[in-house]
Design a protein. Structure first.
Length: 193
């Protein structure tokens, strides 16, 4: 008699998370079912609830992002903006079907819970860091303008596929974004090179 194969809980959980990332990126929250995610991994849908408790918690974990590492607080806001421009607008996030998790959340922003999660990710992560680096008056508003610029660029390039942004290279776009961010942050004009 053959013994049943032992399940690797960590591997199964990770596989469910990977499948969820792709499904949520392609179909949004409402278009994705727990059965589909489990089917992609070849497991019983009950395991989704065992490992994540709910579809909402699975979604929250699947789209959670962290600020890029290596951005010490002493570095200028223009450096952070350039890194985020690369990560949010130009990087190919294979695990999310090519898009940054913030753009994935925008696909499901019709749901209040997703909007709350998106606001939390943006406000407690990116915008908090922008505000802390901002000089001058009204740093929160100016930080939100930088955030809107970067997120808007991601929407225009990735979701809308506008021709100029779709054809533009990272360096060309970085130079223009750096000028705008420098003006908003009162860092002065960027150094040449």
């Amino acid at each position: 008699m053959q013994r049943p194969k032992r399940r690797d809980k960590a591997a199964t959980r990770a596989a469910l998370l990977d499948a969820a990332r792709l499904r949520f990126a392609r179909q949004g929250y409402d278009g994705t079912g727990v059965r589909e995610i489990a089917g992609d991994v070849g497991v019983d849908p009950a395991l989704v609830f065992r490992y994540f408790e709910s579809k909402d918690r699975l979604y929250a974990e699947a789209v959670h992002t962290e600020l890029p590492t290596g951005l010490a607080s002493g570095r200028p806001l223009t450096d952070l903006a350039a890194t985020l421009l690369h990560d949010v607008v130009f990087a190919d996030w294979e695990e999310f079907d090519g898009e940054h998790p913030l753009l994935v959340m925008l696909r499901s922003s019709g749901r209040a819970a997703v909007r709350d999660r998106l606001r939390q990710e943006i406000c407690e992560g990116y915008l908090k860091d922008f505000t802390e680096r901002m000089g001058g008056d009204n740093p929160a508003l100016r930080a939100e303008l930088v955030g809107a610029l970067l997120l808007g660029l991601g929407v225009m390039r990735s979701l809308a596929g506008t021709p100029a942004l779709a054809d533009a290279g990272f360096e060309e776009t970085r130079e223009l974004v750096t000028r705008v961010v420098a003006a908003l942050s009162e860092e002065g004009p960027p150094a040449a090179g």
